[in-house]
Design a binder for this molecule. Structure first.
Ligand code: CTP
Ligand code: CA
Length: 227
């Protein structure tokens, strides 16, 4: 590996990052999921590590490799993701990027559900998943910096602000994930940073560049002790 001699403002700091979707089983062969490539979350984990942080990444099922220099835990379901995150607290930093499925099947089937041609399938009974960001934001071992994302298709700023409050976050990185933006599944992102101190709009950037800028934002915030 090349020797990385860049600045290490996060040396001695710990971070937990979630990334990717979760898969909520319907039966052993089927699941419910959100769209997410894991690109943005993985890039953020790598960017925090590059600044010297000791990073644990909790990743749902993705098709991209584990980032270098990051301890990666692989999970499937939201409840597994929550347990993995909570078990790592306390950390200095938490960045919840995962596209967690909001609901899971209340009682997933132990055996493959067989189709009966010509018969309507039984409706799926769903139940709410734990909100991992909200749990972390209100935890007794709450990290000094808690960052969430807000995937929106409308009213981005207003929805982001509501999420900032409700989830007890210091920062919400809001983005427009309408299909026509190409952000979901793409390599670029255009975000608005919504914090208690105001709104900052970033230009469209590579997801790696968004990650780098966000890691620097976090380092600055943490090192000025302003939370
Ligand atoms: N999040 C989470 N656990 C969940 C749902 C969301 O940790 N069960 C986190 C996401 O990782 C993200 C933030 O909460 O950082 C916002 O996720 P989003 O889906 O935009 O918001 P929700 O609160 O789920 O609201 P909605 O989907 O209705 O917009
Ligand atoms: Ca959601």
């Amino acid at each position: 590996a090349l020797l990385d001699t860049g600045p290490k403002p996060l040396a001695g700091r710990t971070a937990i990052v979630t990334s990717g979707p979760t898969h909520e089983p319907i039966d052993p062969v089927r699941y419910i999921a959100n769209r997410s490539s894991g690109r943005q979350g993985h890039a953020i984990a790598a960017a925090l590590a590059k600044l010297g942080a000791d990073v644990t990444l909790v990743s749902g099922p993705v098709a991209i490799p584990d980032p270098a220099g990051v301890a990666t835990l692989h999970v499937e379901r939201a409840e597994e993701m929550r347990d993995a995150v909570i078990s790592r607290l306390p950390t200095d930093i938490a960045v919840m990027v995962a596209a967690v499925a909001d609901w899971r099947v209340a009682a997933s089937a132990g055996q493959k559900i067989k189709k009966r041609p010509g018969e309507a399938p039984a409706p799926l009974q769903l139940t709410e998943n734990p909100d991992i960001l909200k749990t972390v934001g209100h935890h007794e071992k709450r990290p000094a910096i808690v960052v969430g994302f807000a995937a929106e298709t409308q009213d981005i700023e207003r929805n982001g602000r509501t999420k900032l409050k409700k989830k007890g976050a210091d920062l919400i990185v809001a983005n427009d994930v309408s299909p026509e933006t190409g952000i979901m599944g793409g390599t670029r992102n255009r975000v608005k940073l919504i914090s208690t101190t105001g709104v900052e709009e970033w230009p469209e950037l590579d997801k790696d560049a968004v990650a780098e800028r966000l890691a620097n934002w976090i380092a600055e915030r943490l090192n000025q002790g302003a939370v």
